[in-house]
Design a protein around this ligand. Structure first.
Ligand code: DGL
Length: 252
């Protein structure tokens, strides 16, 4: 099986990593729109247009499924992608909410949703979480984390100050990492809130979702990875090699 994985930049590699770690696909074709990242500050129509352009690119590879490994795309362009694709399109928001339902029993639990402005302004997480019975929700755009991750700043003073800026006074029971860039700083977010706070990661959530809803079996020992970027693909490959570690098997 071949999956197309789409993100605005490098963040979707965190989802690709989970898919590879669990051996769900024979091949992953990854495309990061690095020339136009970030999508978070852009409006809905722009995100839809960029996403449909990415879909045209992916069609050349005849994927079995498209995974939008970007919350901003999942929040704004999923319907348009579905209308224009002849294969299933799966976003990261619904799997994230399913993961919350599986991990948290208390409907009064305080759930903090963090993401880009595009994701948070869509209200998608809140809508689905409310429908699932959760009522204590705080949704907060935290866009400064995106350039920090793109700059590979995963710890240290700038990140600490940024976390303080966004999180001061909050004591959530769970945090939805509603941006695929954020798993790269998950350790620091966990440290900030303490071990009792549950973190929900799009990559792990989607593996669970694909396994349960699409019956995908975690059976592959190796996944071929093809990497494409709209700008500076060499940088994407370097970052992938670093982040994916021993699982990085790039095929051109
Ligand atoms: N990876 C994108 C997401 O999950 C965020 C980065 C961006 O703003 O493009 O929303």
């Amino acid at each position: 099986m071949r999956a197309a994985v789409f993100d605005s930049g490098v963040g979707g590699l965190t989802v690709a990593k989970s898919l590879i770690d669990h051996g769900l696909f024979d091949e992953i074709v990854y495309y990061g729109d690095t020339a136009r990242v970030p999508y978070g500050p852009k409006d809905k129509n722009t995100i839809i247009r960029y996403s449909l352009e990415a879909l045209e690119f992916f069609k050349n590879f005849e994927p079995d499924i498209l995974i939008t490994a970007c919350n901003s795309v999942s929040a704004h362009a999923i319907e348009e992608l579905r209308q224009n694709a002849s294969f299933p399109v799966v976003g990261v928001i619904e799997p994230g909410v399913v993961a919350v339902r599986n991990k948290i029993q208390d409907p009064d639990a305080h759930i903090l949703i963090i993401g880009t402005r595009a994701t948070i302004s869509s209200g998608k997480y809140e809508k689905l979480l409310s429908a699932a019975g959760f009522s204590h929700l705080t949704a907060k755009p935290t866009p400064l984390f995106v350039p920090l991750v793109e700059e590979e700043i995963f710890d240290g003073k700038i990140l600490e100050a940024t976390m303080h800026h966004y999180f001061a006074g909050l004591t959530p029971d769970a945090v939805i990492l509603g941006c695929t860039h954020f798993p790269l700083i998950a350790d620091q977010i966990q440290k900030y809130f303490g071990p009792q706070t549950i973190l929900i990661h799009s990559g792990e959530a989607i593996v669970e979702y694909l396994t349960n809803r699409y019956g995908l079996a975690p059976s592959r020992k190796e996944t071929r990875l093809k990497l494409f970027a709209s700008e500076n693909p060499e940088k994407l490959k370097k970052i992938a090699a670093k982040w994916l570690g021993k699982n990085f098997r790039y095929s051109s």
